[in-house]
Write a protein that binds this ligand. Structure first.
Ligand code: ADP
Length: 262
């Protein structure tokens, strides 16, 4: 539990860092587009000295924005994937208490693990981060309360089902998080995987959660899908390729050791 709490504090720090960067980046963009507008305006008036001044401002802001994105990229590159055969049921159950602490006591969380779930080939710590992120989004979508369900399943995607989900045909397992919240309009669904896209108030959302999950799923050979209905709730599913083979015993016992104890 100690480790889990420290991890959630770390995640919060990451959120603040990236959120701060996003904010600074937005300010720089505003400066650039403002300068461009002024340039256009002064050109029309033939005041070319001013144009040069605004150009210098835009150039300076662009350079600072580039430096910011380099910092962000350097930071994200540190999170390289380390895929292992993983029991996703065990991972989800192991996270339940930590998720409950993070979303608070008023929203019940149910974890429903499918019997005979295939192992996934995935970086377990990245999947934990993704799951926590999805549950925080679910909580944020339920200001008046509700329930969160975390559910796993084996999915054999035939050609048509795979095409619908934009991944190759084959065997996957899914990890889905369902809330009974406000739902997402189509214009939000269309943009949620864009980095920095958020509908949350400044300082609350970073707009990086779903874009990072999307990147992680793609890098793992999987996909993320969203099913949502306004006023009913949202389900976000991560599809991960099946690992063909058993999870070796020593890996199981290592995982057991890392389960939070209460
Ligand atoms: P953030 O949570 O920081 O805003 P995300 O990338 O995780 O960034 O989410 C982007 C946006 O997608 C959110 O601002 C919200 O509008 C929407 N969203 C994500 N998850 C849900 C959900 N479960 N229910 C409703 N809207 C959601």
């Amino acid at each position: 539990v100690e480790d889990a709490l420290r991890q959630s504090q770390k995640m919060e720090a990451v959120g603040q860092l990236t959120g701060g960067l996003a904010h600074d980046f937005n300010n720089l963009l505003a400066g650039i587009s403002g300068s461009l507008e002024m340039m256009q305006n002064r050109m029309q008036q033939g005041r070319f000295q001013d144009v040069e001044r605004y150009m210098a401002v835009a150039q300076g802001a662009s350079k600072r924005a580039a430096a910011l994105t380099h910092r962000l990229l350097a930071f994200s590159r540190r999170q390289t994937l380390d895929p292992k055969p993983t029991d996703v049921n065990r991972l989800a159950l192991g996270m339940q208490e930590m998720i409950q602490r993070t979303v608070g006591p008023s929203i019940p969380i149910e974890v429903v693990g499918a019997a005979g779930l295939w192992p996934a080939l995935v970086d377990p710590s990245q999947l934990e981060n993704a799951l926590l992120n999805l549950c925080i989004n679910a909580r944020d979508a339920m200001p008046d309360g509700g329930r969160i369900t975390v559910e796993t399943a084996n999915k054999w995607l035939d050609e048509r089902a795979a095409r619908q989900r934009d991944i190759p045909e084959g065997q996957y397992l899914s990890l889905c998080v369902t809330d009974t919240g406000i739902g997402m309009p189509p214009e939000v669904i269309a943009r949620v995987f864009e980095p920095f896209f958020t509908t949350k108030p400044l300082g609350e959302g970073t707009g990086l959660g779903l874009s990072m999950i999307y990147g992680f799923a793609q890098q793992s050979g999987g996909q993320v899908r969203i099913y949502s209905e306004i006023g009913q709730g949202t389900t976000v599913c991560i599809y991960l390729p099946r690992h063909y083979g058993e999870i070796e015993d020593d890996e199981q016992s290592v995982k057991l050791d890392t389960l939070p104890r209460s």
